[in-house]
Design a protein around this ligand. Structure first.
Ligand code: ADP
Ligand code: MG
Length: 702
């Protein structure tokens, strides 16, 4: 048995459960060792049968005198057994586990752990944990501190315990240590095997914390080491395109001066950092993080313009069609007058033919053309562009570039590593700029994205007012509707009413629910107003039309699903009503709230929830007083934990299982060591080997 064996190729029992185990993040045998108990049952009190006391949790050991299935009047199956030791006998019952009579036989020596109850005058054990003793020195499920694991259907703690117990006896497991004694001593860390042994089968509770600390260190250390290594490889091995800067300063200034606003200091700093990267002969790999409305688009636009001035192309990918269209409108407004050909592609696999750098499309109206391709066609009908904006459609094989210089990915958390890789391969080490409004607390950014350079827009453009936010109590729903109607009429403005996703993503069920809510609002609540409906399952043309009507003021209220979450920019909308607000993270709610407050008019956000949980209400209420995305993200991190918060951002293997993102001290300690190791990587054979073994936990763009 080898620890690196994938579960699907391991023994019969593991194979059978491979799919379920994946749900627990267990892909190979070694992962079982790192499946950490979340609590322990204390079965360490071993007692003679005659001495047991009612109410106490004990372990008794004895011989099975008898065991049988009984049936109750209402059809329940009860398993009854009697166990004796040299001091007495005790009755044991289990419920609805008829197979037990096949597992436990008369005459077996058995160990039982559980709580002692009284049945009439006699003590009894009900549904105790049991273990047939074959080796007098081995207790896995009873008679000790017994680990309880995160479980899933078909995978019980008992099953996991036995697997892990076996793995712990392997020589390979005993030799897992890869950190030097020196490093361990410096950081006060236990030896690895000792830690694993302790975390699964501790002798006492005091030991557990130290074992956990060691495993947490490893988790963060390896994550950071990987990121640093990637960063080094990126910087040392890749040859990038160096773009001229000084000779284009005049043109760049011309663009900045044509803007109806001046850049914030934060934007200026980000632009400078990006320009410096673009000038260098190493490909840029930068994350631009900025709250909703902090003005990331213009920063990217300036970068794309510089690339254009250097006679190269840029591609800009956004997660939704609506957003891609909006970006296309904004960016072509800015760049087209300067001679830049800005094109749009949405919808997939509809491009006809391609040559390098240009894409032929039969005609913009032909059936085979992309759903939406706005751009420039030359006389031969060839579609060409300096800047290509689009959805994931830009990933299509048919889209090619002659001289791709820059890849921009908006709302990068919506895309996977592989999609970024596809785009990058369309050029020769193009520069990469990823953008996100998900405010990632610095500790997380350092851990997960240690290989990226980070620019943060931590300053909002001047003149933005705060969106007044209320968590609306249930009883005030009707009043809130009346207030909305009055408000819209008085201020000549518009509102969003946001229905929740019923399932994780925009399923038909979600669409149905939104449609129903739309009908209800139209008929019963706002018969005097004009309502529109927008959801992700609508045809793009229909979406366009609806949004356009809303933008032109032909609707007072837009009822929608969270498709509006990212990007939409309709300044005349001043009210955002969010149903089932508890389903969203604070940062996400803040994003949604960012759809309003985009003009000088006072804007409002109304949060509705059916939840009675005090914690939920407290969480939602924090939006009333917090108005900075990063602060909200950090709060969410404390209240809900990173798993929840970044649930959609990180799939499968990418979450921390043992360590916490809140543990800044640990993260810094691990980072310091990771940097040290990286400086003389070749000297650390053990670590290098370990790094090459671990599954790719990559979440950052490369
Ligand atoms: P986000 O960072 O959320 O992508 P956008 O780039 O969409 O934000 O910008 C939001 C709005 O703010 C846009 O209408 C944009 O024109 C405007 N904007 C950007 N920078 C500034 C600035 N420095 N001053 C005023 N308005 C700005
Ligand atoms: Mg944006």
């Amino acid at each position: 048995m080898d620890l690196q064996t994938p579960i699907a190729k391991a023994g019969r029992w593991q194979q059978r459960n491979a799919r379920q185990l994946e749900k627990l993040g267990i892909y190979q045998l070694a992962d079982l060792l790192f499946h950490i108990p979340f609590r322990y049952e204390d079965y360490s009190l071993i007692s003679k049968i005659a001495q047991i006391q009612p109410g106490e949790v004990v372990t008794v050991e004895g011989t099975v005198l008898e065991i049988e299935n009984n049936y109750t009047k209402n059809g329940l199956k009860i398993q009854k057994a009697t166990i004796t030791d040299d001091t007495g006998a005790i009755d044991v019952t289990w419920f609805n586990q008829p197979y037990l009579t096949r597992v436990i036989k008369k005459g077996d020596v058995i160990s039982l752990s559980g709580k002692v109850d009284y049945f009439g005058k006699y003590p009894q054990l009900q549904s105790p944990e049991y273990e047939i003793i074959t080796d007098p020195n081995v207790r896995i499920h009873t008679g000790r501190l017994v680990p309880v694991y995160p479980e899933t259907k078909g995978i019980s703690s008992k099953w996991l315990r036995r697997q892990i117990y076996q793995l712990l006896s392997l020589e390979q497991t005993k030799a897992l240590e890869y950190l030097s004694e020196e490093l361990r001593a410096r950081n006060n860390l236990l030896e690895l095997f000792t830690s694993l042994q302790t975390i699964h089968f501790p002798k006492n509770l005091e030991q557990i914390e130290k074992a956990k600390a060691r495993l947490a260190f490893d988790e963060v250390f390896l994550l950071q080491l990987k990121a640093l290594k990637r960063r080094l490889e990126w910087k040392e091995q890749l040859q990038g395109i160096s773009f001229g800067l000084e000779q284009h300063k005049g043109n760049i200034d011309q663009l900045t001066n044509s803007l109806p606003f001046t850049l914030t200091n934060a934007q200026q700093k980000a632009v400078e950092a990006i320009f410096t990267d673009l000038k260098s002969d190493k490909p840029m790999n930068r994350l631009l993080e900025g709250d909703v409305g902090s003005g990331k688009t213009i920063v990217a636009t300036l970068a794309m313009y510089l690339v254009y001035l250097n006679k190269h192309q840029s591609v800009f990918m956004a997660p939704t069609e609506i957003l891609a269209q909006q970006h296309h409108a904004t960016i072509s407004n800015l760049l087209s007058p300067l001679g830049v050909k800005v094109a749009l592609v949405t919808g997939s696999k509809k491009l006809e033919k391609s040559t390098t750098g240009t894409t032929s499309i039969t005609s913009a109206t032909s059936k085979k053309s992309p759903r939406d391709t706005r751009g420039t066609f030359d006389t031969r009908g060839t579609f060409s562009y300096d800047v290509l904006i689009g959805t994931h459609a830009v990933l299509s094989e048919k889209i090619n570039f002659e001289r791709l210089g820059l890849v921009v990915i908006d709302e990068q958390q919506r895309f996977g590593v592989s999609q970024r890789a596809i785009l990058r391969k369309k050029g020769k080490n193009p520069h990469l700029l990823t953008m996100t409004a998900t405010p990632i607390p610095r500790t997380i950014a350092l851990t997960l994205y240690g290989d990226l350079d980070l620019s943060v827009l931590d300053e909002m453009p001047k003149g933005r007012s705060i969106v007044k936010t209320w968590l609306v109590p249930k009883v005030k729903r009707t009043a809130a509707y009346q207030w909305i109607e009055k408000q819209l009429k008085e201020t000549q403005s518009q509102a969003f009413i946001l229905c929740p996703f019923i399932e994780e993503s925009e399923s038909m069920q979600t669409v149905k629910a939104a449609t129903k809510e739309f009908e209800r609002l139209k008929k019963d609540v706002f018969p005097n107003l004009r309502l529109g409906l927008l959801h992700g399952k609508m045809k793009s043309k229909q979406k366009d039309e609806t949004l356009d009507k809303f933008r032109k003021g032909n609707y007072d209220i837009l009822v929608c699903t969270p498709v509006v979450e990212v990007g939409i920019d309709i300044p005349n909308a001043t009210i955002m009503l969010i149903e089932a607000a508890e389903r969203f993270g604070l940062a996400q709610l803040h994003q949604l709230r960012g759809r309003v407050g985009r003009s000088h008019k006072q804007s409002y956000c109304l949060l509705f929830t059916e939840s009675e949980s005090e914690l939920t209400k407290k969480r939602l209420k924090s939006l009333e007083s917090y108005h900075v995305g990063l602060a909200l993200a950090e709060l969410d991190l404390q209240l809900r934990g990173p798993g929840e918060m970044y649930g959609t951002m990180q799939h499968g293997r990418n979450t921390l299982k043992i360590a916490s993102f809140l543990d800044t001290a640990l993260i810094q300690k691990a980072r310091k060591e990771a940097k040290k190791v990286m400086q003389e990587f070749n000297k650390h054979e053990g670590i290098a080997k370990k790094l090459s073994e671990i599954a790719d936990t990559d979440v950052s763009p490369d």
